[in-house]
Design a binder for this molecule. Structure first.
Ligand code: ADP
Length: 243
């Protein structure tokens, strides 16, 4: 479903991704761990060209884009393959919960309004917000806002959902409700790449865990391999520090 070949990215001549190769299978749930500044978010953003890689090839679904020759059209079709859930939700503040979810269906998927409404209602039900249709984002808790963010991503019916630290802006007591929604979706077989600092969640939900440091994938393996028997010293140090 995803194939990254030798992705490199620098900001202000500072290399942030130093040649990332990664394949993710259909339905696979991959979590990315690593210290702050190791390039996790940049990697996620290169997957949909929110950050344009300097070098390498990005393939998601049946769309392949070479960083150096990417046309606008290719980038648009690449973006349609995935949906992103952001750390700070990025909801439209002046739209209701229902309108936030409907937006993508109407604009991107060209649904008629009634159809978009029906579909959005189902999705809001799914993330446990069936009673909040007419609320505005500011009237919701962070956890509820993030669940709207997830419903909005699902509405696009993407091949892949990218989660960029979906719970790191939340008060601790709100983290659980968001993680449990993500777990439910993961079980439905949608391909996911999740940047997270929630170790027990990563252990539970992942088919595969990647550990990044200094712009490279230092180690990857099953949750059991990474959490119980990491091979690399850098992985061990990181896990010791945060546990
Ligand atoms: P992580 O998600 O692992 O914390 P990031 O991918 O956010 O790491 O950032 C990696 C490095 O790239 C950091 O040093 C960060 O400051 C830098 N960086 C990320 N985005 C930009 C940008 N748009 N402009 C300049 N530097 C950036």
């Amino acid at each position: 479903m995803i194939n990254l070949k030798d992705i490199k990215k620098s900001f202000n001549r500072q290399p942030v991704l130093k040649g990332i190769n990664l394949k993710v299978g259909k339905g696979e749930v991959v979590t990315i761990l690593g210290p702050s500044g190791s390039g996790k978010t940049t990697l996620l953003r290169c997957l949909n060209f929110l950050d344009k890689p300097d070098e390498g090839i990005v393939q998601v679904g049946d769309v392949q884009v070479k960083s150096k020759k990417a046309t606008k059209r290719e980038i648009l079709s690449l973006r349609r393959q995935s949906a992103m859930v952001f750390q700070h939700y990025n909801l439209f503040a002046h739209k209701t919960v229902l309108e936030n979810v409907m937006e993508g269906l109407i604009v991107t998927k060209k649904y008629k309004k009634a159809e978009a409404k029906r579909e959005s209602e189902l999705l809001l039900e799914k993330v446990g917000l069936g009673d909040k249709h007419n609320h505005f984002p500011s009237q919701l808790s962070g956890g509820q806002q993030q669940r709207v963010g997830i419903a909005r991503a699902l509405a696009l019916n993407p091949e892949v959902i990218l989660f960029d630290e979906p719970t790191s802006a939340l008060d601790p007591e709100l983290v659980g409700e968001v993680l449990s929604v993500i777990k439910t979706i993961a079980q439905e077989g949608i391909t996911m790449v999740i940047v997270t600092h929630e170790m027990s969640f990563a252990r539970e939900v992942s088919d595969r865990v990647l550990f990044m440091d200094g712009g490279v994938i230092v180690e990857e393996g099953s949750p059991l391999e990474i959490f119980n028997a990491p091979k690399e010293e850098r992985t061990r140090q990181f896990l010791n520090r945060i546990s």
